[in-house]
Design a protein around this ligand. Structure first.
Ligand code: FE
Ligand code: MN
Length: 328
């Protein structure tokens, strides 16, 4: 079983029981990169010069402010909440790989903060200061409360549901919805040759996150199969409601980060994009789609090809090349 049980020895990875977990591990290794590979000279010149409007600068600041702390939040949840209960050794091997990638992402925002000369307190304080950011973080942290309780054990269906709520909260909501308005904003700037270094860092992060999300979805799917009485209709409805609440928070974030149209991207389009992404996520959880909204940013599909997440195994051999190069 993928969750702790008497038959699992977490130290004995061979023979492998879940081949997909090993595939994700190898995909992660093939995607290896570090932020210092990306030159920031042009970004620094734009940031210190007059290449950006105030609205464009706000987009950059909000997304650096959100991601700089969200990456650490995800890493901490992985290590402190999830790792303890997912005892299958090949899944743990992937969790360690993912934790390393989150450290790379954390490092990316240190690198951006240093390069652009931000006051650390200013950037890293945004998650306390800006309600639309604070509410997203609080939303996913709340879902972890029960399993971080010292008394928590995985005995009953109710306990497994608490763990599933955390997994959906961090993999599907945080990495799969709360990151995506920001991805679209920063890639949108990059398409217009604004802050291309940061844009490229976001592309690398997005590539990593699409693998994290795909692993998380398979983890949820396997736990459901192995604990068939856990995912009731009521629980499915609860998860769908969770996703809908997350959509509202992400739309609010997008509206406040980008209140007016910038480079052909406006608050309404971001709201639509979040709905489009959320429908894909609901589908990945075998739940009915809620919104039926078209993708307002078709260029994001070229960049991310959200299908890659579901068709991951068919595509990864050609699309996930070795080394740090970004080759969609
Ligand atoms: Fe990350
Ligand atoms: Mn991640």
């Amino acid at each position: 079983m993928i969750l702790e049980d008497d038959a699992t020895d977490p130290n004995k990875i061979l023979p492998v029981e879940y081949d997909w977990a090993r595939e994700y591990y190898r995909a992660g290794v093939n995607n290896n990169w570090v932020p210092e590979e990306i030159p920031m000279g042009e970004d620094v010149a734009q940031w210190n010069g007059d290449a950006l409007t105030d609205a464009e600068r706000q987009l950059v600041e909000w997304n650096l402010g959100f991601f700089s702390t969200a990456e650490s939040l995800t890493a901490n949840n992985l290590v402190l909440a999830i790792y303890e209960y997912v005892t299958n050794p090949e899944c743990r091997q992937y969790l360690l790989r993912q934790a390393y990638e989150e450290a790379i992402h954390t490092d990316t925002f240190i690198y951006c903060c240093d390069s652009l000369g931000f006051e650390p307190e200013y950037l890293y304080g945004m998650y306390d200061r800006i309600p639309a950011i604070a509410e997203k973080d609080a939303f996913v942290v709340d879902l972890t409360q029960s399993i971080l309780d010292d008394e928590f054990t995985l005995d009953t269906d109710r306990d497994v549901r608490s763990l599933l709520r955390d997994l959906v909260g961090f993999y599907v909501v945080m990495e799969g919805i709360f990151f995506y308005a920001g991805f679209a904003m920063m890639l949108g700037l990059k398409r217009r040759n604004k802050m291309v270094g940061i844009g490229q860092q976001f592309e690398y992060i997005m590539r990593d996150e699409s693998v994290h999300l795909a692993f998380g979805v398979d983890l949820v799917r396997t736990i459901r199969q192995e604990h068939p009485t856990v995912w009731t209709d009521d629980f499915g409805a609860e998860i769908a409601a969770l996703v809908e609440d997350a959509v509202e928070l992400e739309q609010q974030y997008a509206r406040e980060a980008c209140p007016d149209e910038i480079l052909g991207m406006g608050p309404e389009q971001f709201a639509e994009y979040v709905e489009y992404v959320a429908d894909r996520r609901l589908g990945q959880l075998d739940l009915p789609e809620t919104y039926g909204t078209d993708n307002p940013f078709p260029w994001m599909s070229e960049a991310t090809d959200l299908n890659k997440e579901t068709n991951f195994f068919e595509k990864q051999v050609t699309e996930y090349q070795s080394g740090g190069s970004l080759d969609w």
